[in-house]
Ligand binder design. Structure first.
Ligand SMILES: [Zn+2]
Length: 238
């Protein structure tokens, strides 16, 4: 590790600055989670071929919720059997050492941080969490645990059974439930995606490690900008 980083780490520990990790899909790739970029960026259903940016949208959900759910159930079934890899474990170990000086901001919705033991309190899931669903009609802000009755281990990717579809009704209004994730045509907010919390953290951060993401969306860019503007340093590892 170069001198500058060691000095900055010392400075952070002394001044109680945060050491923050911003991570993305590249971190989970080793656990077998497709990144939905490049060749994995497509979803074939029947004779249709969708781009992730096309099917992972509120616009698509509002006209073809079942198609969108087929894709999400497939993705959820992949994460279900995935195990955390050494990077997830290492992040948990760093959290154990740094405690409240540690923050993990993750774009991953796959539940692997939780499986590795990262704490809910210091993990900010800015793109949502596959383990939760919520009302697609927003009759309530409440998050519900993903319905246990849905079979994730042996799925026919083109089929959602009648009982599964029933389990995907909002308990309050009976409209479609939706996955608790940030879609391509939606915006970061505090209520679901902890935008204000992570912006606050970015201003208290002395070192930001960016791992496994190009940081192309606007919130990661603002986080990095805030760290630099507050005399912190930013280190990339794609
Ligand atoms: Zn509802």
């Amino acid at each position: 590790m170069d001198e500058r980083i060691i000095e900055q780490l010392k400075f952070c520990l002394k001044k109680k600055k945060k050491i923050t990790f911003l991570v993305g899909a590249g971190l989970s790739a080793e656990s077998g989670i497709p990144t939905f970029r490049g060749k994995d960026g497509y979803w074939v259903s029947g004779s249709k071929n969708y781009k992730a940016e096309e099917i992972g949208t509120f616009k698509m959900f509002s006209v073809a919720s079942k198609e969108v759910w087929k894709w999400f159930l497939y993705r959820k079934s992949v994460t279900e059997i995935a195990r955390p890899n050494q990077s997830h474990v290492l992040l948990k170990e760093i959290e154990n050492t740094l405690e409240d000086q540690f923050a993990l901001i993750s774009q991953n919705v796959d539940g692997l941080h939780k499986k590795a033991g990262s704490s809910e309190k210091r993990t900010f899931l800015i793109h949502g969490d596959f383990d939760y669903v919520r009302c697609g009609d927003e009759c309530t802000n409440e998050l519900y645990p993903f319905p246990k009755s849905i079979n994730l281990l042996d799925r026919d990717k083109d089929v959602i059974t009648e009982s599964e579809w029933k389990a995907l009704r909002c308990p309050k209004c009976q409209e479609d439930l939706r996955p608790h994730v940030l879609w391509f045509d939606e915006y970061y907010d505090e209520k679901y995606f902890k935008r204000d919390s992570v912006l606050k953290i970015s201003k208290q951060t002395g070192i930001l490690f960016i791992i496994g993401t190009s940081g192309a969306t606007n919130l990661p860019q603002t986080i990095a900008h805030n760290v630099l503007a507050n005399s912190g340093i930013v280190l990339f590892r794609i």
